[in-house]
Design a protein around this ligand. Structure first.
Ligand code: NAD
Length: 282
C-alpha cells in the first residue's frame, strides 16, 4: 500500500517544511498544531513556497493553487490523523511531549498507519514503546530547510518492521528525497557529528579563537561546507540545538557537554533566526 494521506503534527520550522514538500509532490496533507499562530505562520510559509515553485516554472499556477488549497490546517489532533496512512510528528525536542503525543496518535490514527517522529537525536524505540504498534513506528529525520535538503535519515527502532522501513523509504522517494537507513543510536548519523562540530565552533567563539564570521568562513572555504556551523545553528534554532546537546550529553557523555555560550544565549532569548538574533543579527 502506498502512503497517499499524511498528517504532520507540529507546524514549526520543520513541520511546515515537511508539509510543503509532501503537498508539492501531490500527497494529501493535514497539518496540526496546538498553536493557532503557528498554523497561521505555516500557511503563509507554504503559500510562499508554492509561489516560488510557480515563479521557477516547476509547477503551474493551477496545480499550485489546487495543492495548497488541499492542505487542511487544524488545531484538533484527532481530525488531523483519523484517516491518514502516515503521521510525522515534529513537535519540540522534549521526550515527555513526544511520548504523550504518540499515545494519542496510537488511539486516533487508523490501525494501518505508520507513526514517525522527526526527532534529531532521541530514541524512536522509547517513543514507540508508548504505543500498541511499535513495529509501525520509526524516526524520519528531515533536514532544514526541508524543501532544499535532499536527505531523510530513516531510523529503525528495536521493533520497527521491515515492511514499515520499506514503506517509509518509498514515501521518501515519492516526495523527492534520498533516504539512508540508520540503526538507532543517540544522534543517529548526522546530528551526532554535526552537533559536535557546532559545539566546538561555539567553544572557539567563547575562547576568542576567531569571530563567528571567520569561523564560518573557514569551514566554508577550507572544508567546502555550504554553511558555517554557527550560521547553521542559528538556522536550526539555538533552543532546539541546546535540547539536542543536552540529550546527547545525557546519552553519549562528556564530549557533548553544551557550550556555556549556547546556554547563555538561549537564556537571553537569542534563539537564532527565529528571534532575530543568535550568533548573528538578522
Ligand atoms: P519548532 O519550535 O520550530 O516547532 C515546534 C512546533 O510544535 C511549534 O509550532 C509548537 O507550537 C508545536 N507544538 C508544541 N506542543 C505541541 C503539541 N502538544 N501538539 C502539537 N504541536 C505542538 O521546532 P522545530 O525546529 O520544527 O523542531 C521540531 C522537531 O524537529 C524537533 O524534534 C527537532 O529536534 C527536530 N528537528 C529540527 C531541525 C531544525 O533544524 N530545527 C532539524 C531536524 C529535526
Amino acid at each position: 500500500m502506498t502512503m497517499t494521506k499524511i498528517a504532520v503534527v507540529g507546524a514549526g520550522t520543520m513541520g511546515k517544511g515537511i508539509a510543503f514538500s509532501a503537498a508539492a509532490a501531490g500527497v494529501s496533507v493535514k497539518m496540526h498544531d496546538v498553536s493557532d499562530e503557528a498554523l497561521k505562520q505555516a500557511q503563509i510559509y507554504v503559500k510562499d513556497q508554492f509561489e516560488r515553485l510557480v515563479k521557477k516554472e516547476k509547477i503551474t499556477r493551477e496545480q499550485a493553487t489546487k495543492r495548497f488549497e488541499g492542505i487542511q490546517f487544524t488545531n484538533e489532533l484527532k481530525e488531523a490523523v483519523y484517516d491518514c496512512d502516515l503521521v510525522i510528528e515534529a513537535v519540540l525536542e522534549v521526550m515527555e511531549l513526544k511520548t504523550s503525543i504518540f499515545k494519542q496518535l496510537d488511539e486516533f490514527a487508523p490501525a494501518h498507519a505508520i507513526l514517525a517522529t522527526n526527532t534529531s537525536t532521541m530514541s524512536p524505540t522509547e517513543i514507540a514503546a508508548q504505543t500498541m504498534r511499535p513495529d509501525q513506528c520509526l524516526a524520519l529525520h528531515f533536514f532544514n530547510p526541508v524543501p532544499k535538503m535532499k536527505l531523510i535519515e530513516v531510523i529503525c527502532g528495536l521493533e520497527t518492521s521491515e515492511d514499515t522501513i520499506d514503506k517509509a523509504m518509498r514515501f521518501g522517494e515519492t516526495i523527492g528525497k534520498e533516504c539512508v537507513r540508520i540503526n538507532e543510536f543517540p544522534g543517529f548519523a548526522v546530528s551526532r557529528m554535526n552537533c559536535l562540530i557546532g559545539n566546538e565552533a561555539m567553544n572557539m567563539v567563547m575562547e576568542g579563537v576567531a569571530t563567528p564570521e571567520d569561523i564560518d568562513k573557514a569551514m566554508k572555504l577550507g572544508l567546502n561546507h555550504p554553511m558555517g556551523p554557527l550560521e547553521l545553528a542559528d538556522l536550526v534554532g539555538l533552543d532546539t540545538r541546546l535540547r539536542n546537546m543536552e540529550y546527547l550529553y545525557k546519552t553519549l557523555g562528556e564530549k557533548y557537554r553544551p557550550c556555556p555560550i549556547l546556554t547563555k544565549y538561549v537564556k537571553a532569548g537569542r534563539l537564532g533566526r527565529k528571534s532575530g538574533r543568535g550568533f548573528y543579527t538578522y
